[in-house]
Design a protein around this ligand. Sequence first.
Ligand code: CA
Length: 223
Amino acid sequence: MRILIVEDDPDLNRQLVSAMADAGYVTDSTHDGEDGHFLGDTEPYDAVILDLGLPVMDGVTVLEKWRRNNRNMPVLILTARDRWSDKVSGFDAGADDYVSKPFHMEEILARVRALLRRSSGHASSEITCGDLVLDTRAARVIHAGSSIKLTSLEYRLLAYMMHHQGRVISRTELVEHLYDQDFDRDSNTIEVFVGRVRKKLGGDLIKTVRGLGYRLGDAQDNS
Ligand code: CA
């Protein structure tokens, strides 16, 4: 899961980036609205944390521009305490949730988890696929009752596939959602990671769909 953080307060920005990394997400971060708008407009993010008071371009304008351009990723806005009008204009601009400053990082993390699972159609914080369970709170995967030891990239891969189970996911999509923008992305390495995760899971939970990509679990009925 790849998350964009747009926050001009350098300390807060750093804290958000490190909390997201600890929770198993990959992040891109920026300090001004124009750069944030550009990233959100051109890169595929699974969720965005967007401060409203930003230099160059304010958060509400950024959000309005994204939505007008059909950028539909879930967006959590950060608002100043007691500014109820900020919340209203944020929601009207297309925000999915908000947190007022100052906040507890745990609350941001819980809200991001909720946004991620809701946007992929899951209501519970535990996402299951057969005897595979993704515990999004503890950031771990349990297979047939036992916890699986995964590296952070392997966890990101499996968590992304669990959120989007039943759907064919291309290598390009995986690369875009597992690495940040500065990473030297090579879609061939994805094959290696899929191979490793498969081995750890045993069986053939992750299927290769020739020429298209990978699918976790049974094919979704989209009819
Ligand atoms: Ca600010």
